[in-house]
Ligand binder design. Structure first.
Ligand code: ADP
Ligand code: MG
Ligand code: ZN
Length: 501
């Protein structure tokens, strides 16, 4: 681990000590302990049954796929997997928890002692991961105002009993930036192995940060505050930076910090007290009597390890090593699953496509479109993008026209070939094919020719005339070279002279 350079004045006096808890919704077809669909985003209360409504007399059944996804996460973060685990009840009352308890894992998580390594502006950082365990999600509470103007609270049980993975780090994180980078890297990893879509805005990945300060050079941890309600990577970084400054001011003022749970207010850019922190003994955990302990067969684990997708760190390294991509391009592509699959599929559609040029189109035009118009981005086909890039590399399509073709392809899905033909955009790069046009332009512009020969800047004008005459189809670089050669080689050539090279 490297220690981060102080990013705020507070960090000159104090060192931040941060631990991160992430909850993510697992990508399974059904819920954790019943057969209901895991379609938590569907119309409210359409995926419910006696089990996930917590009715008396029902019994849970373990979702095998959910267990496999946590085991896969454990393998991906280099964690240890116990030979056997069990389930525990975490008891508390809240309207979103009809049973009055959550089935979770307490002292025997499915993964423990893992780690995650990633790049930051201050260098490479490794964060130890204490544990990853499996539990069930709560229902969703919606606080609203009804038609009569009354404040109402509504409950959507679609999410009740959905499989949830909690991943907890050691207090190894030392800055707001490291926290954001950890969350980004974890998202890329969860997406790569198919464990979760991990979209923060959609609540599929929820990040909480425990933040404390200690005077630089001391060991003992200070009082920590848990920060919740951060709905984007940017808010993670902002909220922690705010909390560091707030705690530093309080400590400087001789104030005693209290161990609170605080929420992040995105609009005000500050945290506020939600409640004072509960201790784990308040939950009265005990082994779940309705479920047997779960044995993790070594062959099962080996099969999961064997099927694990390429991890983001490995893929970034491969892109740089084998394809010559920059660290930045590799990180951008790997960080966005849609970009990564487009890049991979375009390369397999056309094996001779230039990887760096393709990477530029994916990180530039494609990701730009994904932000502004996701529907159009979804129409971009890998084979067509490969064809486009190949034509640009071969000099058959100019950069400007290629942008137009890309937009047209994304607009209605028509093929690059048909757009190029219909719009007459095939670039003329063959100097001999341009000879006649260049002759005409030189003949029609004696003043510019004279200017050029007198050493005045007129070449650009002549090139522009050729571009205009070919309706932009000529390769500008080839034209410039051809015009220059022509004027320099044959000062007195007649317009129809034959001295062109
Ligand atoms: P809880 O059960 O209250 O969530 P945990 O012991 O599981 O508490 O810790 C939650 C997170 O807080 C972990 O990521 C841990 O590394 C972190 N943490 C523990 N102590 C501190 C501290 N003093 N400052 C910052 N983070 C801490
Ligand atoms: Mg916790
Ligand atoms: Zn159900």
């Amino acid at each position: 681990m490297v220690s981060s350079a102080p990013s705020s004045p507070a960090l000159e006096r104090y060192e931040a000590v941060i631990g991160i808890e992430v909850h993510c919704q697992l990508k399974t077809a059904s819920k954790m302990f019943c057969g209901c669909s895991n379609g938590y985003a569907d119309a409210p209360n359409t995926h419910v049954c006696p089990v996930c409504l917590g009715l008396p007399g029902t019994l849970p059944v373990i979702n095998r796929k959910a267990v496999e996804l946590v085991l896969a996460t454990g393998v991906a973060i280099n964690a240890e997997t116990p030979p056997a685990t069990r389930w525990d009840r975490k008891n508390y009352f809240y309207p979103d928890l009809p049973k009055g308890y959550q089935i979770s894992q307490y002292d025997l998580p499915l993964a423990s002692n893992g780690r995650l390594t990633f790049e930051t502006s201050g260098g490479e950082v490794t964060i130890r991961i204490t544990r990853a365990h499996l539990e069930e999600d709560t229902a969703k509470l919606i606080h609203a105002t009804d038609a009569a103007g009354r404040r109402v609270s509504l409950v959507d049980f679609n999410r009740s009993g959905a499989p949830l993975m909690e991943i907890v780090t050691e207090p190894d994180v030392r800055s707001a930036e490291q926290a954001r980078r950890y969350a980004e890297e974890l998202q890329a990893l969860l997406r790569a192995i198919g464990a979760s879509d991990a979209d923060m805005e959609r609540g599929q990945m929820r990040v909480e940060a425990n933040v404390s300060l200690r005077p630089r050079g001391t060991e003992a941890f200070g009082t920590r505050v848990e920060v919740k309600n951060m709905n984007s990577f940017r808010s993670v970084e902002r909220a922690i930076a705010f909390e560091i400054d707030r705690q530093a001011d309080a400590l400087d003022g001789g104030e005693e910090l209290s161990q609170d749970t605080r929420g992040w207010n995105e609009d005000r850019g500050s945290t506020y007290v939600m409640r004072s922190k509960e201790d784990s003994h308040d939950y009265r955990y005990f082994p779940e009597p309705d479920l047997p302990p779960l044995r993790v067969d070594r062959d099962w684990l080996a099969a999961i390890r064997g099927q694990l997708a390429e991890l983001p760190a490995d893929r970034r390294a491969r892109y740089q090593r084998d394809l010559g991509l920059s660290a930045y391009d590799a990180a951008v592509i790997v960080g966005e699953p849609a970009a990564a699959s487009l890049f991979e599929e375009a390369r397999s559609a056309s094996t001779d496509v230039d990887a760096k040029a393709l990477a530029n189109w994916v990180t530039g035009a494609y990701l730009g479109l994904l932000k502004t118009d996701p529907d159009a981005a979804s129409r971009v086909r890998p084979g067509e993008l490969a064809d486009l890039v190949r034509r640009v590399t071969a000099g058959e399509l100019s950069g400007t026209n290629a942008k137009e073709v890309f937009a047209a392809h994304a607009g209605d899905g028509s093929s690059v070939a048909s757009i190029v033909d219909a719009r007459g955009l095939r670039q003329i790069s063959d100097a001999s094919a341009l000879g006649a046009v260049i002759d005409e332009v030189i003949a029609a512009n004696p003043k510019a020719v004279a200017d050029h020969r007198a050493g005045k800047p007129a070449l650009g004008f002549l090139v522009g005339q050729v571009m205009k005459a070919t309706r932009g189809q000529a390769n500008a670089a080839v034209v410039q070279e051809a015009v220059r050669t022509r004027l320099d080689a044959a000062p007195d050539a007649a317009p129809d002279g034959d001295t062109a090279t």
